[in-house]
Design a protein around this ligand. Structure first.
Ligand code: WT7
Length: 656
């Protein structure tokens, strides 16, 4: 490094607060700080400005109906269609503009103008109808990042059939569980996709999953790999291209949906082994996705906006598909990995497409840091105007690296905290208004009310850690867990609400800290949920996969700190015959987890132990196992029934 660079690094390191760049403020969608007061003064009516970003078939009666809290309803009796809002209404002015810029891993490119996307969505919607999909039928999609995925989602939205997208990296078992839980009789999947240049079969996994679904399923298969892979078709399955061709030029009127009608289901991990089917609605969710894309990501129709998440997660639903397309912008979709063929792949794309906003995850930023600044440095990234991060806490060093080496100190960085359940962003600075503090997401959005409280629900003071809570409903909130209102209340509303006084407080199960300016630093989950590379995994799900492996008697899974992934899976395992080293079993355990959930849940470390540290009442001391995984000092172990086991386990992890 030159002297100048050394000085620059030192200056950045010492700086804790960053002002929004003037050039950004001048052109921002939302730049007047009065927005916060306006929302307070007019709450909940202020949320109309989110709904007004959309076209409605009929106007709502009431912005918020809280008469049956916590089953809140938003924009009641309003009617609209999401596919119309993401496509039809843009045709006159933006029909020839790009809606989706898709880049395949091998370097293929496909541009879908709004007119083309509209056409294919109509054709596929007609095809789905012919296959028997009716309004309110749940259609499952098990697909990677190929354009047919958003086409299928929008086709479902057009005919009022909720979709349930299952991340392509999830296993066959995970697919089957979700299809069964949603009683889904339709599946759209594909033959495979490319990973690091090689074809990766996917259809076998889908087939395997379908074998475990106890009802008939109509399946549509997209042929992504052509001749590179001869995929196993089952009898009666439909080829996507043939279906679309058979409905060439078809037009399907968008079905008018009630604001509260379900737009989609998204399964996510919780404390128990059973994934939760989060229900999102047409009016509230879409308004919220559009409003946050407008206010936080500063999306404008002429932008080329890129969120590098996968559509299989909520981030991709809200900020690759629904938010950006509702606003009529160009959304970039990239099929592959960031380091293929080279570690500058993302920067090559930013340069080639003149990307204006980039929204990615801390785990990716930490990998870019490790690879080195020469990769972004070798590209012209000056088209970028705003940077965003999501999925897990970002450490200040990674934040500053992103700000400097990608944003050239000229782009605001929004650190957005939210969840599958919240539908869209909740805590973040507004990019033209709030000063940025690396490591701290920021204040709640205008109209959102959040606080940090102690176990008893009382607010903790500035600087103290506690539990994050949300005190008021918001339009993008989940409405319930599919077919399980009781679990919905138990999981999110039991802890801090006061039903007798009709006071409802949402508990996201995150720990947090508040500072004197009202900025919130999210510290991470306080339940048994791990965050591996920004992906949410339940420890119980992993444990039950491990216990299902022959030869395993008991297992405990915790998260250990990881430089790139944030957290990594540590599995402590007791074998049936008491053996403590068994390579073959270790491999079977890893395989078992991959089969039950997917490679993202693969244990970083499997530690065989004769016992697990337990309290006298027989509870596994997970905290202790976490400290051991992290090589940290252990606190008091005297309450353990079996304190001796601790040093034994410690020596094994240390020697790993
Ligand atoms: C959990 C939600 C939101 C879409 C991606 C993940 C963690 C998310 C942040 C952030 C600190 C964050 C929380 C949250 N999280 N964003 N900016 N700072 N933590 O959605 O799979 O539902 O996971 O991700 O722990 O509860 P998800």
């Amino acid at each position: 490094m030159s002297d100048e660079e050394v000085q620059l690094e030192a200056r950045l390191e010492a700086q804790d607060v960053f002002e929004p760049p003037e050039s950004f403020v001048e052109q921002a969608n939302v730049a007047d700080p009065a927005i916060y007061d306006e929302f307070e003064d007019e709450w909940p009516g202020a949320w109309e400005r989110a709904a007004e970003l959309l076209d409605w078939d009929s106007e709502w009666d009431q912005v918020l109906d809280d008469s049956d809290a916590p089953f809140y309803e938003w924009f009641t009796d309003g009617e609209l269609n999401a596919s119309h809002n993401c496509l039809d209404r843009h045709l006159d002015e933006r029909g020839e503009e790009a809606a989706i810029e898709w880049i395949g891993e091998l370097g293929e490119k496909r541009t879908y103008s709004y007119a083309q996307l509209h056409r294919e969505v109509n054709e596929f919607a007609a095809a789905l109808r012919e296959l028997g999909v009716e309004e309110d039928d749940v259609v499952t999609m098990y697909m990677p990042m190929i354009p047919e995925l958003p086409v299928a989602m929008l086709a479902c939205a057009r005919i009022g059939a909720p979709h349930s997208v299952v991340f392509a990296g999830f296993s066959a078992d995970a697919l089957a569980t979700r299809m069964e839980s949603a009683d889904s009789e339709f599946l759209v999947t594909c033959d495979g996709y490319y990973r690091r240049g090689d074809p990766l079969p996917h259809k076998e996994k889908a087939n395997e999953g379908l074998e475990d679904v106890g009802h008939e399923v109509e399946t549509v298969v997209v042929d992504r790999l052509d001749d590179d892979y001869d995929h196993p078709m089952k009898e009666g399955e439909h080829d996507y291209d043939e279906l679309v061709a058979a409905h060439e030029g078809a037009e399907v009127d968008p079905v008018t949906r009630d604001a509260e009608d379900m737009l989609f289901l998204m399964y996510t991990s919780g404390t128990t082994g059973q994934p939760k089917g989060v229900k999102h609605t047409t009016g509230g969710y879409l308004s919220y996705a559009a409003w946050t894309s407008h206010a936080v990501l500063d999306v404008k129709p002429d932008d080329t906006y890129w969120c590098s998440a996968d559509i299989g997660w909520i981030t991709g639903h809200s900020y690759i598909v629904y938010g950006p397309l509702a606003l009529g912008t160009t959304t970039v979709m990239y099929e592959g990995t960031p380091d293929y063929p080279e570690k500058d792949r993302l920067w090559e794309i930013v340069e080639e497409y003149d990307v204006t906003q980039l929204y990615t995850a801390p785990t990716a930023i930490r990998a870019f840091m490790k690879w080195g600044k020469e990769y972004p440095d070798s590209h012209d990234l000056s088209s970028l105007r705003l940077l965003g991060t999501v999925g897990e806490p970002i450490n200040p060093r990674a934040w500053k690296w992103y700000y400097k080496h990608i944003g050239d100190e000229d782009c605001p960085v929004v650190d957005t905290w939210w969840q599958t359940e919240t539908g869209g962003m909740m805590l973040t600075t507004l990019p033209a208004i709030g000063e940025m503090k690396p490591g701290s997401a920021g204040p709640p959005l205008p109209g959102v009310s959040a606080d940090v409280v102690d176990v008893g629900g009382d607010p903790v003071g500035a600087g103290e850690a506690g539990y994050l809570v949300v005190n008021r409903p918001w339009p993008g909130m989940l409405r319930t867990l599919y077919n399980n209102d009781e679990r919905f209340i138990d999981e999110y509303w039991r802890e801090y609400s006061n039903p007798d006084r009709d006071e409802w407080v949402y508990f996201p199960e995150d720990g947090a800290k508040l500072d004197e300016d009202g900025y919130i630093t999210v510290l991470g989950r306080v339940d048994d949920v791990l965050n591996v590379s920004g992906h949410r995994l339940g420890t119980m799900e992993i444990e039950s996969a491990i216990v299902g492996v022959e030869g395993v008697a008991e297992a405990a899974v915790v998260g250990g700190k990881h430089d790139i992934k944030g957290e990594a899976v540590y599995a402590y395992v007791i074998t049936e015959d008491g053996t403590e080293e068994n390579e073959a079993l270790r491999e079977r355990i890893i395989e078992g987890v991959e089969d039950a959930i997917g490679p993202i849940a693969r244990p970083e470390s499997v530690i065989f132990t004769p016992e697990l540290p337990k309290t006298r009442s027989g509870k596994i001391m997970r905290r202790l196992l976490e400290d051991i995984a992290n090589g940290e000092e252990l606190g008091d172990t005297s309450t353990l029934r079996n304190p001796d086991v601790v040093s034994d386990i410690q020596s094994k992890v240390g020697g790993d």
